[in-house]
Design a protein around this ligand. Structure first.
Ligand code: SAM
Ligand code: SF4
Length: 350
């Protein structure tokens, strides 16, 4: 049983300018229907693979999109560009006071997109019901370990109990399936993966293990220092019977495995070792209004400046289409000339 790599697109590139209408395509024929929106670059944790222990300048209020600008871009994405799924992220999106308002505005769009949230879960126990009421469909809570000491080491904060309370509240209010996102620590990760899967099975959460990518603020990532998906899978197989999920994977980044005959599953997201760029259907918007065609883009398109200069919807749509038309074939992490983006994951939106 192996993890399948989908690689980079094998079709020949289309030339010429971006199409003026229709779906949001790139020159390799991929269609972006999944929009990741970062609401803030701020965070109340300091995960080692994402943020530095101290420092990192926050974006100013003036730099951030205001609620009107953000909801305008969401409307353009859904009604003009064919976006069908919107995921709010950050930084920590629960630190954005307008989260419920933005979720409700997104839920009012037609055709109504699916709305999801990726959060570290701190404070979620107070807001889960309100978010559900505003129209949130599903949630992913990031949790890399259920061991309090390991948690404090990885996140540099002692907040495991808050995350567990957030997870429980999300499940209780029906934000299901509740998914748990885990990036494994190189030292304790194999042990953490086994206990996380036991914990997820017990609580009816769906565990997704994500390979660590070179998006840390310190630019210290190196392949040898991270756990690869094959190693994680082999470890889990020593404790559980894993069989490939027969359901088609489509553009999903996670390869799913039935655990002990199912129906519970565990997903492995092997972004580095078995890239899936040929199936990528994402477009990204940062909290300061920059479109990124890829997590690893070194170029951004400034929709905030365009909007603040008085551009109409046609012009904003055209700029977004041009940004996506230039999407690279793949993230290039495995290429010898790979250069890590300047912004860390917390400022891009994971
Ligand atoms: N703060 C929220 C959270 O942690 O869920 C949302 C933002 S966080 C950047 C989104 C996701 O990116 C989290 O699941 C986190 O584990 C993941 N992430 C952050 N840095 C990463 C990295 N270097 N490699 C892989 N995943 C990363
Ligand atoms: Fe914060 Fe999420 Fe980054 Fe952790 S992964 S530091 S919770 S933004």
């Amino acid at each position: 049983m192996t993890i399948i790599a989908l690689g980079v697109p094998s079709v020949s590139r289309r030339v010429g300018p971006a199409p003026v209408g229709g779906p949001l395509v790139d020159t390799y024929g991929r269609v972006a229907t999944d929009l990741r929106v970062s609401l803030t670059d701020r965070c109340n944790l300091r995960c080692t693979y994402c943020m530095p222990a101290e420092g990192l300048d926050w974006m100013s209020g003036e730099q951030l999109l205001n609620t009107d600008e953000l909801t305008r871009l969401l409307r353009i994405a859904v009604t003009r560009l064919g976006v069908t799924r919107v995921r709010f992220t950050g930084g920590e999106p629960l630190l954005a006071k307008h989260l419920e308002e933005v979720v409700a505005a997104t839920a009012a769009l037609r055709p109504r997109p699916e709305i999801t949230l990726t959060t570290n879960g701190i404070g979620l126990h107070r807001r889960a019901a309100g978010l559900k009421g505003a129209g949130l469909n599903r949630i992913n809570v990031s949790l890399d370990t259920v061991d309090a000491e390991h948690f404090a080491h990885i996140t540099r904060r002692d907040r495991l109990a808050d995350v567990l309370a957030g997870l429980a509240a999300a499940h209780r209010v029906g934000l299901q399936p509740v998914k748990v996102n885990a990036v494994l620590d190189p030292m304790t990760g194999l042990e953490d993966a086994v206990s996380l899967l036991r914990f997820s099975l017990e609580h009816d959460y769906q565990l997704r293990i994500i390979e660590q990518m070179p998006l840390d603020a310190g630019h210290e990532w190196s392949r040898g220092k991270t756990l690869g998906a094959d190693e994680v899978l082999a470890t889990l197989q020593r404790h559980f019977t894993l069989t490939p999920d027969p359901a088609p994977r489509g553009s999903a980044p996670a390869q799913l495995w039935l655990v002990d005959g199912g129906p519970a599953t565990v997903g492995i997201i092997a972004s580095v070792s078995h890239a899936f760029c040929s199936a990528c259907d994402r477009t990204r918007l940062t909290a300061d209004g920059q479109v990124r065609s890829c997590l690893f883009s070194r170029e951004e398109t400034d929709l905030r400046a365009l909007m603040r200069s008085g551009a109409d919807d046609d012009a904003v749509e055209g700029a977004w289409r041009a940004a996506m038309w230039a999407k690279p074939a793949g993230h290039g992490i495995n290429d010898p000339d790979f250069v890590q983006p300047d912004r860390p994951m917390s400022a891009i939106g994971g």
